[in-house]
Write a protein that binds this ligand. Sequence first.
Ligand SMILES: NC(=O)C1=CN([C@@H]2O[C@H](COP(=O)(O)OP(=O)(O)OC[C@H]3O[C@@H](n4cnc5c(N)ncnc54)[C@H](O)[C@@H]3O)[C@@H](O)[C@H]2O)[C@@H](O)CC1
Ligand SMILES: Nc1ncnc2c1ncn2[C@@H]1O[C@H](COP(=O)(O)OP(=O)(O)O)[C@@H](O)[C@H]1O
Length: 274
Amino acid sequence: MNPINDPMTWQGRLPWPGAEAHKHARGRLGVVSGGALSTGAARLAARAGLRIGAGLVKLFCPPDAAPVLAPTLEAVMLASFVSGDQLAELAQPMDAVVIGPAAGLTDATAANVAALARTGAALVIDADALTLFRDRPGDLFACLDRDDVLTPHEGEFERLFPGLLAKGREAAAIEAAERVGCVVVLKGSATVIAAPDGRCVVNGNGAPWLATAGSGDVLAGMIGGLLAQHMDSFDAACAAVWMHADAAGRFGPGLIAEDLPGLIPGVLAGLYPG
Ligand SMILES: NC(=O)C1=CN([C@@H]2O[C@H](COP(=O)(O)OP(=O)(O)OC[C@H]3O[C@@H](n4cnc5c(N)ncnc54)[C@H](O)[C@@H]3O)[C@@H](O)[C@H]2O)[C@@H](O)CC1
Ligand SMILES: Nc1ncnc2c1ncn2[C@@H]1O[C@H](COP(=O)(O)OP(=O)(O)O)[C@@H](O)[C@H]1O
C-alpha cells in the first residue's frame, strides 16, 4: 500500500511569485488545440494553467481553428502552426506544453508530439495524444523525458499498457512509470501518481463531481501550469491532482469543467504561506 497524496509533502515546494517576478519568469505554458470544431478542451487546459500561476499561456492551433479561438480568448495568447516543425519553433521558448485534449487521433498529432519532444519543454501528454499510439506505444515512449507527465484514465492506460492493470492500479502505474521513464498519473476516483524512481502516492480527496466531460483537460492544464513554473514533475502532478479534487469538493453538485479554473484561486489561497 502506497502513501496517500498529502499536501505536507509538496506544499513547501509550490511556486509563488517573488517581488521581482515578471510574466516570463513565472513560467510559460503552451497548449496545443485541435481543429476548428475541437477547441474547447485546449481552452479549458489553458485557462487552468494561467489560474495556477503560469505567467504566460499560449494556445497553438491549426490555421482553421484560429478564427474560432481568437474571439474567445483574453489573457490567453494564440499562434497558429501548419507543421510539426513550426509548432516546435513556437514552443521553443515555452517551459511546458500540454498536448492531447481534443487534439485529434491523427498522424499530425503524432508528428506534433515528436516535434515537441525536440524542444526543451516539459510535456503533459493526455487524451488523444495517448490513444493515437495504441498500436505503436513505443513511438510515444521514445519521445519521453523524465520531466514529462502522462495523464491516462484507465481506458487510455489499457491502450498503452495492455493487460498491466491486472496487477492492480498502484503496481500498474509504478511499472508503467518505470517502463516509460516519466511520471504517470493514472486517473480515477483514487488517482495514482507514480514516478520512474519508484515514488508513488494515491490521491485521497477525490470528488465524484469530477466525473464530468473536460475535467481531465483542466487537470492537464493545472499540471502543465505547475511544470511551467519549474516544479518537479512528480510534485507538480501530486499537487495538481489534489488541488483539482479540492476545487471540485468546494463546488459540489452541479460542477462542470468550466467551473474548475475559477475555483483554483480559493484552493491556492488555502495553501499560500504568505
Ligand atoms: N470540451 C471538450 O471539447 C472536450 C473534449 N474532449 C475530447 O473529446 C475526444 C473524445 O473523448 P472521449 O471521452 O470520447 O475519449 P475517451 O478516450 O475518454 O473515451 C473513449 C472510450 O474510452 C473508454 N473510457 C473513457 N473513460 C474511461 C475510464 N475512465 N475508464 C475506462 N474506460 C474509459 C470508454 O469506453 C469510452 O467510450 C477527445 O479528443 C477528448 O480529449 C473530452 O476531453 C471532453 C471535453
Ligand atoms: N468518481 C470519481 N471520483 C473522483 N474523481 C473522478 C471520478 N471520475 C473521474 N474523476 C476525475 O475526473 C477526471 C476525468 O478525466 P478524463 O477521464 O480524462 O475526462 P475528460 O477527457 O472528459 O477531461 C480525472 O481527473 C479523474 O481522476
